[in-house]
Design a protein around this ligand. Structure first.
Ligand SMILES: Nc1ncnc2c1ncn2[C@@H]1O[C@H](COP(=O)(O)OP(=O)(O)OP(=O)(O)O)[C@@H](O)[C@H]1O
Ligand SMILES: [Mg+2]
Length: 351
């Protein structure tokens, strides 16, 4: 087997020692704590940057429901991790002037978990269920009449003497969030009046998000610095905020907090092995094996996984999506193939 080298200043040992990736779109423990995700979340429409189509649809629906003093229709938000689904649910509650009760599907395993939440809702309140594609069947069946007729059907008693007792619920809004809309059952999906997809952010929106977070963190970025972060964050605000925090650490220790410019950003993120397109050591190793060991493909996923010492499912769900989205990789029936853009990026970087 050919040897795969790593020559971008990030050694293999450094990489394998640490499984969490700074460019991971899912939430990591380091995103919590002071100035963590909750503290950085926009609270109102105006702070929620980008996603203009989504904002337009939802702001009209909120304004109409405020005018009618009715509950907002149920909303399903779907899209990749870190794009602002939870944030949008909280903005909706704020703009409706109601509380948001937050839960996630795995916490609703027993019928009493969901019953308890539903019967305690106040009129027009928002119930946010994260990872809604993971709801158990029982929970899902309790939700159907609750969503459709604001009614909870409870079975009381057992066996032949059991009967169904209907409890009326106040008008409420269910906001479901998922990264896997396709995994939702169609009866559940059909009960949402507003189904909205979140897209990756463009550079301008990402720069605005980075500038906003810098203000909240009390940092003054020099012109060009936010662009350097924006182009490395894979279209994802969560990654943008995380990279900004790594830059802040670097500036504090190695540079000057008052002078965060593009060259400091470049140095800081090189240290974290993030290149100009947001690829990290794992992505680059994938390309390296594909190009240098397998001539650019086509090659089967299992073969690549064996060469990289990774498991195929992880490669498919964690590494490949961004390479596909960047246009660096193609999935064909015969296997994975590098694209011209992927080859060019690999050559330009010279690793
Ligand atoms: N439109 C936005 N404007 C400004 N900041 C944003 C925006 N969207 C997300 N963020 C920031 O990104 C972080 C992650 O967003 P959020 O938790 O809402 O993502 P998510 O889609 O719910 O992710 P997951 O699928 O992992 O639950 C938030 O802390 C917030 O600060
Ligand atoms: Mg979320």
């Amino acid at each position: 087997m050919a040897i795969v080298s790593s020559s971008i200043g990030c050694s293999d040992s450094q990489h394998s020692r640490d499984n969490s990736r700074v460019v991971d779109a899912v939430s990591l423990p380091e995103d919590l704590g002071s100035h963590g995700e909750d503290g950085l979340r926009p609270k109102k429409w105006n702070d929620y940057i980008g996603q203009s189509a989504l904002k337009e649809v939802l702001s009209i629906a909120v304004e109409a429901s405020n005018a009618r003093e009715e509950a907002l229709d149920h909303v399903l938000l779907y899209g990749p991790p870190g794009l602002g689904k939870t944030t949008m649910a909280l903005v909706l509650a704020e703009e409706l002037g109601v509380k948001c009760r937050i839960t996630s599907a795995p916490a609703l395993e027993r019928p009493r978990d969901i019953v308890g939440l539903l019967i305690n809702l106040q009129p027009r309140e928002l119930l946010f269920i994260d990872e809604i594609h993971r709801l158990s069947r029982v929970a899902e069946e309790l939700l159907y009449p609750a969503m459709e007729d604001r009614r909870l059907d409870l079975t009381v008693g057992k066996g032949t003497i059991s009967r169904v007792r209907a409890i009326e619920l106040p008008p409420f809004t269910l906001v479901g969030a998922t990264t896997r809309a396709g995994a939702l059952s169609s009866p559940l999906r059909d009960r949402f009046g507003l189904v909205q997809r979140l897209d990756f952010y463009d550079l301008e929106s990402l720069k605005a998000i980075i500038d906003r977070t810098s203000n909240l963190l009390g940092l003054a970025l020099r012109p060009g610095a936010s662009y350097e972060i924006a182009r490395r964050c894979r279209g994802t605000p969560r990654i943008a905020n995380r990279l900004l925090k790594r830059v802040r650490d670097f500036a504090l220790v190695k540079g000057d907090l008052a002078c965060i410019d593009s060259s400091l950003v470049d140095q800081a993120l090189k240290l974290h092995c993030v290149d100009e397109k947001g690829l990290d050591a794992t992505d680059r190793k994938f390309l390296e094996v594909l190009i240098n060991v397998h001539g650019g493909g086509p090659v089967g996923l299992d073969t690549l996984a064996a060469a990289l010492g990774e498991d195929s499912a992880t490669l498919e769900s964690v590494v490949e999506p961004f390479l596909l989205q960047s246009g660096f990789l193609n999935r064909t029936q015969r296997g994975r193939v590098i694209t011209a853009a992927g080859r060019l990026h690999f050559q330009e970087k010279g690793f």
